[in-house]
Design a protein around this ligand. Structure first.
Ligand code: PLP
Length: 459
């Protein structure tokens, strides 16, 4: 077991050979990487035995039901012994069971396509949109609209739909026919030249303007996060979603909702879009589907979309010619079934609503106290605090100081996140996504750590 290993050797091996995600490695040459060795409930422990309250569910909003769930481990173990894998045209028992359970939570949608990452699920939807363009619209409706500040994945295809310039820089050229529409962050409406009234409708109308400029007969789909995650926890303004839905219907534009972060309970509903009465054609999900106990992602579609792929069985091109090798792993759906049972039996949606309300109330109190807090945003156990240098001008807070807040919180035993310089000059939204099992004490511990850290860094 791990405890038998010499931890200094583990650290050495990590430093010598692991290329970590999302960081500049130079500082690691002098420092020691943090290695997470164990997790239980909402807590993790590092190599020095330091216990940390994980306010971000595994770093990137994933471990929704918390760590150390033996029932998930057992479900996966039992399934792996019975059948670990089979892919291609054949199905598997957990694949069928989870698809049925998932569809029960998603009225209006009927089909689940399995794959292994959020990026891949989004790629599936993009491919379906492109194929529909060729099958139904003579190859014309190939354009996919995506929004400024949204993120849909790490592949060249999904980065082509990437609204975070810092993540895209130096990885181009990107795929053609992805077109950007403006964000809907009301707090920064003035920078967009928006009128003072009805910002939600105005922001949605910007999408219509893009559709008209591109030509409605060239636009196949609109891909949006229900609440933008890494781009700054952007909850939609009043009036936004109904108008977006109306625009999609008007121009025959398929609506693709990326639930990779918001999905499976994070916001207090099964899916983020369900707060806003949206009727999507595609819903993609990954992180919380099995809370990181196994890799699984899904691209879920309506029957209307599915029907288009079986219209002409004699045509060798007339079906979705796509496979995901690890979409045939049974560990994913086996873990996902148990993950869903836990959320239901432990009433975690209700807990997320209640604890989310407490988190927001605590953060609002911080806004009274600390001038650096510009705006608090969120839904359920998904929250962001945007920090500003000046409340009047809303100039972003100093990036280094924002990073310092994360370090100060960690020194107080709480892991939080910060938007990862994804918007140039805007590395200034602290992010929170604790496990859905959080208790009032955990919530208060998070906000107290933030309170003290803001005081320590900004005075
Ligand atoms: N979509 C959103 C909204 C995300 O936040 C992410 C990852 O952070 C992805 C898609 C990509 O998912 P993955 O990293 O599993 O490919």
């Amino acid at each position: 077991g791990f405890r038998d290993n010499d931890i200094s050797k583990i650290v050495e091996a990590d430093k010598a050979h692991v290329w970590h995600h999302l960081i500049q490695h130079k500082p690691f040459e002098t420092g020691e990487p943090r290695i997470i060795t164990e997790g239980k409930g909402i807590h993790v422990w590092d190599q020095r035995g330091v216990k940390l309250l994980d306010g971000v569910s595994g770093g990137v909003w994933t471990v929704n039901v918390g760590y150390g769930r033996e029932s998930i481990a057992n479900a996966v173990r039992d399934q792996l012994i019975k059948l670990n894998y089979f892919a291609g045209a054949a199905g598997t028992i957990p694949g069928a069971i989870f698809a049925e359970k998932l569809i029960e939570k998603m009225p209006g949608l009927t089909r689940v396509y399995y794959c292994n990452s959020g990026s891949e699920a989004n790629e599936k939807a993009f491919k379906m949109v492109r194929q529909i363009a060729h099958k139904r619209y003579g190859g014309k409706k190939t354009k996919i609209l995506y929004r400024d500040r949204d993120y849909h994945g790490t592949t060249i295809g999904t980065l082509s739909a990437g609204g975070q310039d810092q993540r895209n820089a130096q990885y181009g050229p990107f795929a053609p026919d992805f077109v950007r529409v403006p964000h809907c962050l009301e707090y920064r409406a003035a920078d967009q030249g928006a009128p003072a009234e009805n910002y939600g409708e105005w922001a949605a109308d910007q999408i219509e303007q893009v559709i008209l400029a591109e030509g409605p007969d060239t636009v196949g789909a609109l891909c949006l996060e229900p609440i933008t995650a890494g781009g700054g926890v952007i909850t939609p303004p009043e009036g936004y979603w109904p108008r977006v839905q109306e625009i999609c219907r008007k121009y025959d534009v398929l609506l693709h909702i990326d639930e990779v972060v918001c999905g499976v309970g994070r916001t207090g509903e099964w899916f983020g879009y369900q707060h806003y009465g949206i009727e999507p054609d595609f819903v993609t999900m990954a992180k919380g589907v099995a809370s990181g106990y196994a890799a699984i992602a899904c691209c879920v579609t309506s029957e209307r979309v599915f029907e288009l792929f079986k219209a002409n069985p004699d045509d060798p091109l007339d079906y979705f010619r796509d496979i995901s090798t690890f979409g045939g792993c049974t560990a994913g759906p086996a873990a996902a079934i148990e993950n869903m049972r836990i959320i239901e039996d432990e009433n975690l949606l209700e807990n997320t609503q209640a604890m989310g309300a407490r988190l927001m109330a605590n953060f609002e109190a911080l806004a009274e106290k600390h001038k650096v807090v510009g705006q608090v945003r969120g839904k359920g156990l998904f929250a962001g605090i945007e920090l500003v240098a000046d409340r009047q001008t809303r100039a972003p807070a100093d990036e280094k100081k924002c990073a310092q807040i994360v370090a100060e919180c960690a020194a107080r035993g709480v892991i939080i996140g910060v938007t990862n310089r994804s918007i140039p000059g805007h590395n200034n939204t602290l992010t929170f996504s604790p496990a859905l099992i959080a208790t009032p004490d955990h919530i208060d511990e998070i906000s107290n750590a933030v309170d003290e850290s803001l005081g320590a860094v900004f005075g």
